[in-house]
Design a protein around this ligand. Structure first.
Ligand code: IPE
Ligand code: IPE
Ligand code: MG
Length: 242
């Protein structure tokens, strides 16, 4: 374990990819894959605190996913709403605080209402911070932060820390979410697809073949174990003995 490794909890981000292919491989519809994917989310959220994860950011719907067929988008949106409503009580019980990052102005008002409600009722959760990225684009988030910086009074003091405080929900909460420690993408593709570009500056990257609906506590534990075996150097030279 490297000396630079923090002992405190880690921030894991997951690009939950492969729902469609999982379903197609079974002769099912893509939306069936999304339904099964929602179950995988529940399993992973339950397992995360036991693995030392204190912040978990899940990529659920990208700003570019609006380009998918309307029926698939509609199913995804209704799945989000359904699960926000049915899972909130369980999240409270588990001490999970949920926030949703991304744009809200293109979401159906009923979904926005469900998001606000889930965020409010889970607010006191101190075990796991769960961030769900919906209508999210990292580049848009950076542009948005740049706009805030331009109209704010603190341009002369602008640095990484100040800028990070202008990203996403940090604006409302007054403190930035810590940088990503581990970024996992399921489904075999090896790209970021506009997810957390700023926060992933020094994240360890892990691309796994397993499709998201098949991802569970075992796969998450394996990913965290892989992360703990990596040596994070942050630009420095680690072995300075002798
Ligand atoms: C990820 O699975 C879920 C979303 C992007 C909403 P996909 O739907 O992208 O599944 P594949 O990549 O087509 O298999
Ligand atoms: C990224 O997956 C977005 C989510 C998992 C929510 P995509 O399936 O949309 O990404 P691309 O199109 O393969 O890059
Ligand atoms: Mg995909």
């Amino acid at each position: 374990m490297s000396t630079l490794k923090r002992t405190s909890g880690i921030h894991v981000g997951i690009i939950m990819d492969g729902n469609g292919r999982w379903a197609e491989a079974r002769g099912q519809r893509r939306v069936d894959g999304h339904r099964e994917g929602a179950r995988a989310v529940r399993r992973v959220v339950q397992a995360a605190p036991g693995l030392g994860i204190t912040t978990l950011t899940l990529y659920a719907f990208s700003a570019d996913n609006w380009l998918r067929p309307a029926s698939e988008v509609a199913t995804l949106m209704s799945l989000f709403r359904h699960h926000l409503r049915t899972e909130s009580a369980g999240l409270v019980e588990q001490g999970v605080r949920l926030t949703v990052i991304g744009r809200r102005d293109r979401l159906h008002p009923a979904l926005v209402h469900s998001i606000q409600r889930a965020e409010t009722v889970t607010r006191a959760g101190g075990v796991l911070r769960l961030r769900l990225a919906v209508d999210y684009s990292a580049r848009d988030a950076i542009v948005q932060a740049a706009r805030r910086a331009a109209i704010g009074p603190s341009m002369a003091y602008m640095d990484r820390t100040v800028f990070a405080g202008l990203l996403g929900e940090a604006v409302n909460e007054g403190e930035a979410v810590r940088d990503l420690d581990l970024l996992v993408r399921t489904g075999g593709e090896q790209r970021l697809s506009d997810f957390l570009l700023w926060e992933a500056a020094y994240a360890e990257l892990l691309f796994v073949q397993v499709m998201w609906p098949d991802f569970g506590p075992v796969e998450l534990a394996r990913a965290v174990a892989e992360y703990r075996n990596r040596e994070r150097r942050f630009g420095r030279v680690i072995d300075q003995a002798g």
